[in-house]
Design a protein around this ligand. Structure first.
Ligand SMILES: CC(C)(COP(=O)(O)OP(=O)(O)OC[C@H]1O[C@@H](n2cnc3c(N)ncnc32)[C@H](O)[C@@H]1OP(=O)(O)O)[C@@H](O)C(=O)NCCC(=O)NCCSC(=O)CC(=O)O
Length: 372
C-alpha cells in the first residue's frame, strides 16, 4: 500500500470584485424597479413589495465583505441580475476548463511537476456547465495529462470527497499522480434577485495535486479521510435536463437556482459536522491538542466560530481556524481548499491539520493531514 501526499495547491481568483455596498446598491435598484412595475398589484395586496437589502445585515449574518465573480456588470445590472459570459464555440476551451487549468498549473508549479506527470484528473464541483463530455476530460487534454479523468458532484463537499477518491486510488497503486480541481462558477446558479441569499456566493477555482509518498519528499501526508452524507432538501437546486419536461420548469428561473432554508441548515449541519470531526480525529488517533489548524468550509463566520470552539473545546487562537469567506464569500467546494492553500506555508514537519467541508446533500468530508 502506498501513502498519498498533497504536494501542491493552486487558486484561480477572478479579476472582478463586488463589495457588499455595490451588491446592495444593485439589489435595491432592482427592488425599486420591481416595486414600481408592480405598484398596482402591490397596492391591491396581490403581491408583496420587495424590501431593501442591507450591508449591515450581510456582514452580521455571514461575515462576508466582498466576493469575486467572472462577470460583474451583468450581476449588478438591475434589469438583469445574473452574469453575462462570452459565447464560446464547441472547439474552444469551456469556461470551467479554463479556470480549472489556471488553478492546476499553479498546483503543478508548486510541486515542480508538469501536466504530463499526471494520470488522474477529477473535476469535483457543485455545478457542471454541461453533462458531457466531462469537464475533467477536457482539463486532462488541455494539461497534456495521461490516464483518465471524470467529473463528480457532492456540492460543497466535492473537494474533500474528490481528495478521498484520488488518495484511495494512489494508495492502492491504480494511479501515480492526481489533480483534484474545483472550478466553481457559483454566480451562474445564485439567485441575485433574492435578498435572503444574494450575498452568499462567489466564483473561484482551486486545485490540489496528490502524489505517492515515494515521489514526494515534502508536502502534506494524507493521514486519513472520512466522508458522510445524509439526505436533506434544505439546500436544493432543481435545474437539470428534465427541467423543460416539467409544467413549471421553464416559466420561473427561481426553481432552478440555489435555494436554501438557511436557519435549518445552520441548526442541522453544525452538530453533524462537529460530531463527524470528533469521530474522525478519534479514529485516526489524533488528540485535539495535537491539531494545529482547521481549514473549514467557508459558508458563514458564526458557523465556523461555533465548529472551531466545539472541536477544540475552547475559542480558537488567531490562526488556528483561518477564514477566507470575508474576501471570497462562499465558494462552495473550493472554500476549505482556498483556506488550506493560503494558510499552510508555516507548517513544520509533524504538525497536523484538518480540512473539512460540509453542505448540500447534506454532505461532510474531512481530511487529516500531517506536514512531512
Ligand atoms: C443564510 C444566513 C446567512 C441567514 O442568516 P440568518 O439565519 O441570521 O437570517 P434570516 O434568514 O433568519 O433572516 C433574519 C431577518 O433578516 C431579514 N433579511 C434576510 N436577508 C436580508 C438582507 N439581505 N438584508 C436585510 N435583511 C435581510 C430576513 O427577512 C429576516 O427578517 P425577519 O426577522 O423580519 O423575518 C444563515 O442562516 C446561514 O448562513 N445559514 C447557513 C447556511 C449555509 O451554510 N448554507 C450552506 C450553503 S450551501 C453551500 O455551502 C454550498 C453547497 O452545499 O453546495
Amino acid at each position: 500500500m502506498h501513502q498519498a501526499v498533497i504536494t501542491g495547491t493552486g487558486v484561480y481568483t477572478p479579476e472582478h470584485v463586488i463589495t457588499n455596498a455595490e451588491l446592495v446598491e444593485a439589489f435595491n435598484a432592482y427592488a425599486d424597479l420591481f416595486n414600481a412595475e408592480n405598484a398596482e398589484a402591490i397596492a391591491a395586496g396581490e403581491i408583496e413589495a420587495k424590501p431593501h437589502s442591507s450591508v449591515e445585515f450581510i456582514l452580521k449574518a455571514s461575515g462576508i465583505e466582498q466576493r469575486y465573480v467572472m462577470d460583474k456588470e451583468g450581476v449588478l445590472d438591475p434589469t438583469r441580475m445574473y452574469p453575462r459570459l462570452r459565447q464560446r464555440s464547441d472547439d474552444e476551451p469551456g469556461i470551467m476548463a479554463e479556470i480549472a487549468l489556471d488553478a492546476c498549473h499553479k498546483a503543478l508549479k508548486m510541486a515542480g511537476r508538469t501536466g504530463g506527470d499526471v494520470d488522474l484528473v477529477i473535476c469535483a464541483a457543485s455545478n457542471m456547465e454541461r453533462a458531457y463530455p466531462a469537464i475533467a476530460i477536457e482539463v486532462q487534454k488541455l494539461l497534456g495529462a495521461g490516464g483518465f479523468a471524470f467529473d463528480m458532484n457532492v456540492a460543497c463537499s466535492s473537494a474533500t470527497f474528490g481528495i478521498q477518491a484520488a488518495a484511495d486510488m494512489i494508495r492502492t497503486g491504480s494511479v501515480r499522480r492526481a489533480l483534484v480541481v474545483n472550478p466553481e462558477i457559483t454566480s451562474g446558479h445564485l439567485e441575485w434577485r433574492d435578498r435572503d441569499c444574494h450575498f452568499i456566493f462567489g466564483d473561484v477555482a482551486t486545485a490540489t495535486l496528490i502524489e505517492r509518498r515515494e515521489d514526494a519528499p515534502h508536502g502534506f501526508l494524507i493521514r486519513s479521510t472520512r466522508c458522510a452524507t445524509e439526505f436533506s432538501n434544505n439546500i436544493r437546486n432543481n435545474n437539470g435536463f428534465l427541467r423543460r419536461t416539467r409544467p413549471d420548469g421553464v416559466a420561473d428561473r427561481r426553481d432552478m437556482q440555489f435555494m436554501q432554508e438557511g436557519r435549518k441548515v445552520f441548526k442541522e449541519v453544525l452538530p453533524m459536522v462537529a460530531g463527524h470531526i470528533h469521530d474522525h480525529l478519534t479514529e485516526t488517533g489524533v488528540a485535539t491538542e495535537d491539531l494545529h489548524r482547521l481549514w473549514l468550509h467557508q459558508a458563514n463566520k458564526s458557523m465556523n466560530d461555533f465548529i472551531g470552539k466545539k472541536v477544540l473545546g475552547r475559542d480558537p487562537e488567531p490562526g488556528e481556524q483561518p477564514n477566507i469567506l470575508q474576501d471570497y464569500a462562499n465558494t462552495s467546494s473550493a472554500g476549505s481548499i482556498i483556506a488550506f492553500s493560503k494558510y499552510s506555508d508555516d507548517f513544520k514537519p509533524g504538525e497536523i491539520g484538518l480540512i473539512c467541508s460540509f453542505g448540500a446533500g447534506y454532505s461532510v468530508g474531512s481530511v487529516v493531514v500531517e506536514k512531512i
